[in-house]
Design a protein around this ligand. Structure first.
Ligand code: URA
Length: 208
């Protein structure tokens, strides 16, 4: 089950801009002292397709927008393959709004449970404000944030309906960058199946 109590609970802010302002002003952010910038969203706030990623990486930290590095470029290509206009049809956010600073040998790391939990109510508020038909969760961190579960290989490609929202976990584009095979059953070919199914469902929901 999804954490549908959060999706169905009333909006906390009167507008998306109000929610974003509150996020920028939030207190007790576990990553506030990480020395990284706040990165919240990009795309069309009226879009019917919303994507939740993991956390900003170095490029996103510099540019202040999610998914603008290599993984983001691949995400845009995947969306374009599904015939989505990445400016018009999509709104993109993350599970965590600051890049978690890395340990030795790397300049960033995956967000931990405390960080995911801290940001979760804000991510849900963004979803409630945008009110999309479809939410795609890229990888385990986004699935943990929104569904409270991980295991992307099993979760991917399956719809979960919560309120009026259709949610589908998909692979994270960074995983595809590490697995370049296009053979049947490979992550890339499964992603292709998933984006086609997303297109089908999107058309069905848009037709009302
Ligand atoms: N990976 C993510 O999950 N989000 C970003 O914004 C960038 C890379």
């Amino acid at each position: 089950m999804t954490q549908s109590d959060l999706l169905s609970s009333p909006k906390k802010y009167s507008s998306l801009d109000g929610a974003i302002k509150a996020i920028k002003e939030m207190k007790n952010d576990p990553l506030a002292n990480a020395g990284t910038n706040i990165v919240i969203s990009r795309g069309n706030p009226n879009a019917k397709l919303l994507i939740v990623g993991e956390a900003p990486g170095p490029q996103e930290n510099i540019q202040g927008k999610p998914f603008v590095g290599k993984a983001g470029q691949l995400l845009d290509k995947i969306l374009e393959a599904g015939n989505f206009d990445t400016e018009k049809d999509v709104y993109i956010t993350n599970s965590v709004f600051r890049m978690p600073p890395g340990d030795e040998g790397s300049n960033f790391r995956k967000p931990n449970d405390t960080e995911i939990e801290y940001y979760r109510p804000f991510v849900f508020e963004i979803i409630r404000q945008v009110n999309p038909f479809i939410v795609l969760l890229t990888g385990n961190v986004a699935s943990q944030s929104i569904l409270g579960k991980t295991g992307i290989t099993n979760l991917r490609g399956k719809w979960i309906q919560s309120q009026n929202i259709w949610i589908m976990p998909i692979f994270h584009p960074s995983y595809l960058l590490r697995n370049q095979s296009k053979a049947p059953g490979s992550p890339k070919s499964l992603m292709w199946d998933d984006i086609r199914e997303v297109r089908r469902k999107y058309d069905e929901l848009m037709a009302g």
